[in-house]
Design a protein around this ligand. Structure first.
Ligand code: PEP
Ligand code: MG
Length: 570
């Protein structure tokens, strides 16, 4: 059995189709005429662009526009005059063949990207290697691996699945994907999820142990791969696969159903999104709105700040896409660990306690906060947008942000620009200070959204990304639970809506407790919505009170978790 990273949920059972790129020998062969060689390179470049355009269009029709964007990234690299110029320069300078000039130039860039400690840059390195190989294949007349015609029941096994390979997959024939490289957020993992093909990535040296035609079982939810399983193992996983598919099918029943507790209280079940294209998934899984739009993604992976106009278009697209359903848009939560090179932020000693989110926005009102708030207010005319401020720790921050919003409203009035005059302004409650001051803050804002990812970090003083101390990072720790209960109680007493957009909102062991505490809104990844709706409709707040009382009587996270596990498995 091999362990890897669970990249796309579900069970895959089938025969290994080991994908090996044809080995190309790239040597620094000298050429007789550099002019002819440059022409040869330009021809190959044009052919690669044409090939990539076809792949992009295929992806757009087969998977979606958003996934096709990956190929647009390749087209951008191929059109980059700096890259192609350097390749031509190398051909001319060293009188070498195009293949070698491409090899050295692209590898230099790929290695540079790969050495940066940033997932996006890692991805760019993969993209660079992908276009390098494809240009060389075109030059050598090698046909790319034909993944499109794999037989039914194939499990693709490869070192890494380049986006261009993934684009050719016929989901009817491919039951699983296993790769040696990649991560949860690599493009191939994203595509596997979009195609709903189970996938396990980052399985070290798996190619040394799998031959073409071997039987394979993989569990994309657990990150497990078994090569040539026993009959019993195959049976166990076949049953798991049926259960997975059955659950998926059953959950479809909940599409279009109201999210109502057994005692008749409506709960808002909404989605977390990172960009306007995610609206499609929200609608697919019948989300009742958006509880958290992390706008920082609009600012990432680019070379300059998105303008007010660009932001306006993005926010408007989400508001219109959700046709009047609530859309909570969080203002920029950046800084510290989330770096944006063009913003010129100095490295913080303690990024999570540093210059970030609202602190940074209030310090850079003119170039950052004002354009974002203006874009949000303008977009509020087109749907039910609410503004949410992250990382609040003190009252002054709330007042200063609200004053700026009022100031901008005045500007828009003077300019005759339409916006929702009653736009709601709320805060993320995700710091220990905000939790302790929740009764005071509740009187100043229209809603709360509890960010348990940070609330747990700041309550337990445990870095949320540090594996070594992750045993301390539990939302079930009584300290965190008391904090959550207090925030909900304060919000309810003040008569404002209290939601939650941290990961805990979709945790099956947490949902009964949150219902008992009186949470009004649950915001989560779109794919978790139907499962949560099913759960919520099975409980009444009333009957959960005793469960919550019991859970809150425990003094360690372990006791609470054990108790809740037992409760939901009953
Ligand atoms: C949170 O902190 O719980 C949250 C939802 O925000 P983020 O994960 O973006 O910090
Ligand atoms: Mg947070």
């Amino acid at each position: 059995m091999f362990k890897g990273t669970n990249a796309s949920a579900g069970i895959g059972i089938g025969k290994a189709a080991v994908i090996k790129e044809v080995e190309m020998v790239i040597r620094p062969d000298k050429v007789a005429s550099v002019e002819t060689e440059v022409q040869r390179f330009r021809g190959a470049l044009a052919d690669t662009v044409a090939q990539t355009t076809v792949l992009r269009d295929d992806l757009a029709t087969k998977v979606g526009e958003k996934e096709a964007e990956i190929m647009n990234g390749h087209l951008m690299l191929l059109a980059d005059p700096m890259l192609t110029g350097e390749i031509e320069e190398a051909i001319k300078r060293d009188s070498i063949c195009s293949e070698y000039a491409i090899e050295t130039t692209c590898t230099t860039y790929a290695d540079m990207f790969a050495s940066m400690d940033d997932e996006l840059m890692q991805q760019r390195a993969t993209d660079m290697r992908d276009i390098k190989t494809r240009m060389q294949q075109v030059l050598q007349g090698i046909k790319p691996v034909d993944i499109a015609s794999l037989p039914e029941g194939s499990v693709i096994v490869a070192k890494d699945l380049t986006p261009s390979m993934t684009a050719g997959i016929n989901p009817a024939n491919v039951t699983g994907i296993v790769t040696e490289l990649g991560g949860k957020t690599s493009h191939s993992a994203i595509l596997a999820r979009a195609l709903e093909i189970p996938a396990v990535v980052a399985v070290s040296n798996v190619l040394d142990h799998i031959k073409d035609g071997d039987s394979i079982v993989l569990d994309g939810s657990e990150g497990v791969v078994i090569v040539n399983p026993t009959d019993i193992e195959t049976e166990v996983y076949a049953a798991k696969r049926n259960a997975f598919l059955q659950e998926k099918k059953e959950l479809e029943r909940y599409i279009g159903m109201p999210t109502m507790t057994k005692d008749g209280e409506h709960i808002e079940l909404v989605a977390n999104i990172g960009n306007p294209d995610d609206v499609a998934k929200v609608l697919q899984y019948d989300g009742e709105g958006v509880g958290l739009f992390r706008t920082e993604f609009l600012f990432m992976d680019r070379n300059s700040m998105p303008t007010e106009e660009e932001q306006f278009e993005a926010y408007k697209k989400v508001a219109v896409g959700l046709s009047g359903k609530p859309v909570i848009i969080r203002t920029l939560d950046i800084g510290g660990d989330k770096e944006i090179p063009y913003m010129g932020l100095a490295k913080d000693e303690n990024p999570f306690l540093g210059y970030r989110a609202i602190r940074l926005c209030l310090d850079r009102k003119e170039d950052i906060y004002r354009p974002q708030l203006r874009a949000l207010l303008r977009a509020s005319h087109f749907g039910q947008i609410k503004i949410m401020i992250p990382m609040i720790t003190c009252l002054e921050e709330i007042r200063e942000a609200k004053a700026l919003i009022e100031e901008i409203k005045g500007e828009l009035d003077a300019e005759g620009i339409a916006y929702n005059k009653d736009i709601q302004v709320g805060i993320m409650v995700e710091t220990a200070a905000a939790s302790l001051m929740a009764d005071v803050f509740a009187k100043e804002v229209d809603f709360f959204s509890i960010g348990t990812n940070d609330l747990t970090q700041y309550t337990m003083s445990v870095d949320r990304g540090n594996e070594k101390i992750s045993y301390l990072y539990s939302t079930f720790n009584p300290a965190v639970l008391r904090s959550i209960r207090n925030i909900i109680t304060c919000g309810r007493e003040a008569g404002i809506m209290v939601g939650m957009c941290g990961e805990a909102a979709s945790d099956p062991m947490m949902i009964p407790l949150l219902l008992a505490f009186g949470l009004n809104e649950f915001s989560m990844s779109a794919s978790a919505i139907l499962k949560s709706r099913k759960m919520i409709t099975e409980y009444s707040r009333e009957e959960l009170q005793a469960v919550a009382d019991k859970a809150m009587s425990f003094t360690t996270a372990k006791e609470v978790e054990d108790y809740m596990k037992e409760f939901i498995n009953q």
